[in-house]
Design a protein around this ligand. Structure first.
Ligand code: CAA
Length: 294
């Protein structure tokens, strides 16, 4: 079946990016949020990105208008009924995802494909909550979705090869680099990246350097585009803590355990860039490092 209409559940950090790149690739997109405020915020981010692209001469105004015209925002899951592919990008919480899939399974046409953008939760568990596990797969994007070239395409064990083909073709149409991977916690990238980020926080706790020095060191010494503590803020500290919990439970190794500083910041509502504060404060013209103990 040809994919022409894509549904995206969630218009937050990942969902707005998935909706944007899908519309830019020519798909009709329906994006759903739980409140008008959250929906307006997500669509506003897409409009801002497109506005910047036009300002920089990278896109014609007419093309930007066409992209926005292909995106339908909604608060009703019923609007996903005739989508060919539905991707969930809601909170990293298994119960909420299972609840969403149970509802969507009864709403979306039987021949449609379902995909989760989970960072670490088992794809198989979500697939089993639907009556179509063979047409269910993982499509894991990276933040910022508009910029990061990779798409992990995840096979749950029940995913049919034709469904993997649909995921790979969708990624190619988006211009992404695709890799196929298995349904193991963290897949490929987070299996390697998450312990590194958590070690960056542990290093800070042990006093190997200040927040800024740790970031500067990994940029200048290892050629990374951003340091680990900035990257924690980009990923979202709440998301990182959830991924760490899932991986620690799965592997039982201390390198996957969320450090105390991460738990403290999340407990205080400091989620990184998306909330305006994490290891840095983003309220001014440029990020300013904050001592998490303060
Ligand atoms: N959203 C959309 N576009 C963004 C953006 C954002 N948040 N941040 C930057 N950009 C765009 C800029 O607008 C700019 O676009 P143009 O080239 O069209 O002008 C382009 O990206 C480059 O931006 P900058 O010059 O300001 O910055 P940069 O050259 O330092 O690149 C970066 C920014 C691409 C984010 C780079 O720093 C980078 O690659 N960082 C690492 C990000 C990373 O590792 N992401 C993966 C996180 S793990 C994950 O997401 C998975 C998970 O499950 C946790």
């Amino acid at each position: 079946m040809e994919i022409s209409k894509v549904g995206v559940a969630g218009c937050g950090l990942m969902g707005h990016g998935i909706a944007q790149v899908s519309a830019e690739a020519g798909y009709d997109v329906v994006v759903c949020e739980v409140s008008q405020e959250a929906l307006d915020k997500g669509i506003g981010k897409i409009e801002k990105q497109l506005g910047k692209a036009v300002e920089k001469g990278k896109m014609e105004q007419a093309d930007a208008d066409a992209v926005i015209g292909r995106i339908q925002g909604t608060l009703e899951l019923e609007d996903f009924a005739d989508c060919d592919l539905v991707i969930e990008a809601i909170t990293e919480n298994l119960d909420q995802k299972l609840d969403l899939w149970k509802q969507l399974d009864g709403i979306v046409k039987d021949e449609a494909f379902f995909a989760t953008n989970t960072s670490s939760l088992p794809v198989a568990d979500q697939a089993a909550a639907t009556g179509r596990p063979e047409r269910f797969l993982g499509l894991h994007f990276f933040n910022p979705v508009q910029r990061m070239p990779l798409l992990e395409v995840i096979e749950s064990g029940a995913t049919e090869s034709g469904t993997m083909g649909v995921g790979l073709a969708y990624g190619e149409k988006l211009g992404k680099t695709t890799v196929e991977t298995k349904d193991k916690p963290g897949f490929i990238v987070n299996r390697l990246l998450v312990p590194y980020l958590l070690d960056g926080i542990r290093g800070y706790e042990e006093g190997i350097g200040s927040v800024e020095e740790i970031d500067i060191a990994m940029k200048a010494g290892a050629g990374h585009p951003m340091g680990p503590l900035t990257l924690c803020d980009v990923v979202g500290l709440d998301t990182l803590a959830s991924i760490a919990d899932v991986m620690y439970e799965a592997f039982g190794e201390s390198r996957f355990q969320a450090p105390a500083t991460l738990q403290k910041l999340v407990g205080e509502g400091h989620y990184g860039m998306k909330s305006g504060r994490g290891f840095y404060d983003y309220s001014g013209d440029r990020p300013v490092a904050v001592d998490p103990e303060l």
